[in-house]
Design a protein around this ligand. Structure first.
Ligand SMILES: NC(=O)c1ccc[n+]([C@@H]2O[C@H](COP(=O)([O-])OP(=O)(O)OC[C@H]3O[C@@H](n4cnc5c(N)ncnc54)[C@H](O)[C@@H]3O)[C@@H](O)[C@H]2O)c1
Length: 287
C-alpha cells in the first residue's frame, strides 16, 4: 500500500527501529503516534520532532493498548498503519544459565505485547474496513537460530512469527500483514535489562550499552516501508540471512524425505486442508 499521508501508530517508537520508522513516515507526510513505555525517551522525541504525537503505553497491558487505540482513533480519525514493534533483549547467556524471570519477561513484552496489539488493533482495523497494514517486528531470530546464547529471545521471536502468520491468514485482504525480520541493528536493545520491572527480577546494569555493530535503524526503516509498499509478508533486511534460512529449510525437507513415505496416507489428516475447511465452514467471519 502507498505510505504517503497515512495515519500510523508505532509501539516502542521512542527509540531505535521504531523511531527511525517514525522519522521516515513523517518524511512521507504521515501522521504518527509514537507509543512507548519510556517517558524520558518520549520526552526526547517531543523536543527533537514537533510533528510526532506521543503516547505513554505499556504493551504488556491490554488496557494500555486499548487506551492507545482510543487516542489514535480520536486524534487521527482512523489508523492505516500499525507497527507492533516494542521489544526487549536479554544479555547473551547459555539457555541453562538464563533465569525463568527473564524468560517470562521477554515473552511478556515480545510475545504478549504483540498479542495484545493484534487483539486490540485487529478488530478496529477490520471494522474500519479501509486498506490498512500491520507490521510486526520479529527478527532474524524468528526464522532460524542464528547463534547460541539467545534462547529465550529466540523463542519469543519464533512465537511472534506463528502469531503473525495466523493473523494474516484469518484477516481480510484489505488488512495487509508483514513480519519485519532484521538482523543486527545499532539500537538500545542491549540496555533493555536496565528497565526490567521488579516483578521480573528488577533492573540490572548492562555494560555494553548501545550496540555499535549492525545496520543503522534507518536502513531497517527503509526496508520496512518498502516491504509495506510491496505488500510482502516477510520483510528481510540482511542478505546474510539467506544461508541460515536455506539451511533450516533444507534440513527440514531432508528429514521429511528420509523419515516418511510419500504414500503414507497422511493426506486424509492433512492439518492444512482440514483446518482450512473448518475455517471456511466458520464463515471466515472477518472476510
Ligand atoms: N536491534 C537489533 O539488533 C534487533 C534485531 C532484530 C529485531 N529487533 C527488534 O526490533 C524491535 C525494536 O527494538 P530496537 O532494536 O529498536 O530496540 P530499542 O531498545 O532501541 O527500542 C525498543 C523500544 O521499545 C520500548 N519498549 C520496551 N518495552 C516496552 C513496553 N512494555 N511497552 C512499550 N514499549 C516498550 C523501549 O522503551 C524502546 O523505546 C524489537 O522488537 C526488537 O526485538 C532488534
Amino acid at each position: 500500500m502507498q505510505i504517503e499521508g497515512k495515519r500510523a501508530v508505532i509501539t516502542g517508537g521512542a527509540s531505535g527501529i521504531g523511531l527511525a520508522i517514525a522519522h521516515r513516515l513523517v518524511g512521507a507526510g504521515c501522521s504518527v503516534v509514537i507509543a512507548d513505555i519510556d517517558t524520558a525517551a518520549l520526552q526526547r522525541c517531543s523536543t527533537e520532532h514537533a510533528d510526532f504525537l506521543l503516547y505513554e503505553c505499556d504493551v504488556t497491558k491490554r488496557e494500555s493498548l486499548e487506551a492507545l487505540a482510543g487516542f489514535a482513533w480520536s486524534t487521527l480519525g482512523g489508523v492505516d498503519l500499525v507497527f507492533a514493534n516494542a521489544g526487549v533483549g536479554l544479555p547473551l547467556k547459555p539457555l541453562l544459565d538464563q533465569t525463568e524471570a527473564h524468560a517470562r519477561w521477554v515473552m511478556e513484552v515480545n510475545y504478549f505485547g504483540v498479542w495484545h496489539t493484534l487483539q486490540v488493533f485487529g478488530p478496529r482495523l477490520i471494522e474500519q474496513g479501509t486498506e490498512c497494514h500491520l507490521v510486526v517486528t520479529g527478527s532474524e531470530n524468528s526464522v532460524a537460530v542464528p547463534a547460541p546464547l539467545l534462547g529465550a529471545y529466540n523463542a519469543s521471536k519464533h512465537a511472534v512469527l506463528g502469531l503473525t502468520e495466523t493473523f494474516d491468514r484469518e484477516t481480510p485482504d484489505f488488512l495487509g500483514v508483514s513480519i519485519l525480520c532484521p538482523g543486527l541493528v545499532m539500537t538500545n536493545i542491549l540496555s533493555s535489562l536496565e528497565k526490567i520491572p521488579d516483578a521480573f527480577g528488577g533492573p540490572e546494569s548492562t555494560p555494553i550499552g548501545r550496540s555499535n555493530l549492525g545496520f543503522t535503524p534507518d536502513q531497517i526503516a527503509i526496508n520496512a516501508l518498502a516491504g509495506v509498499d510491496a505488500e510482502d509478508f516477510y520483510i528481510f533486511t540482511h542478505h546474510c540471512n539467506r544461508d541460515m534460512v536455506a539451511e533450516r529449510l533444507s534440513n527440514q525437507i531432508g528429514a521429511i524425505e528420509r523419515q516418511t513415505q510419500p504414500n503414507d496416507g497422511s493426506d486424509i489428516c492433512n492439518t492444512r486442508h482440514l483446518l482450512g475447511d473448518v475455517f471456511e465452514q466458520m464463515g471466515q467471519k472477518h472476510q
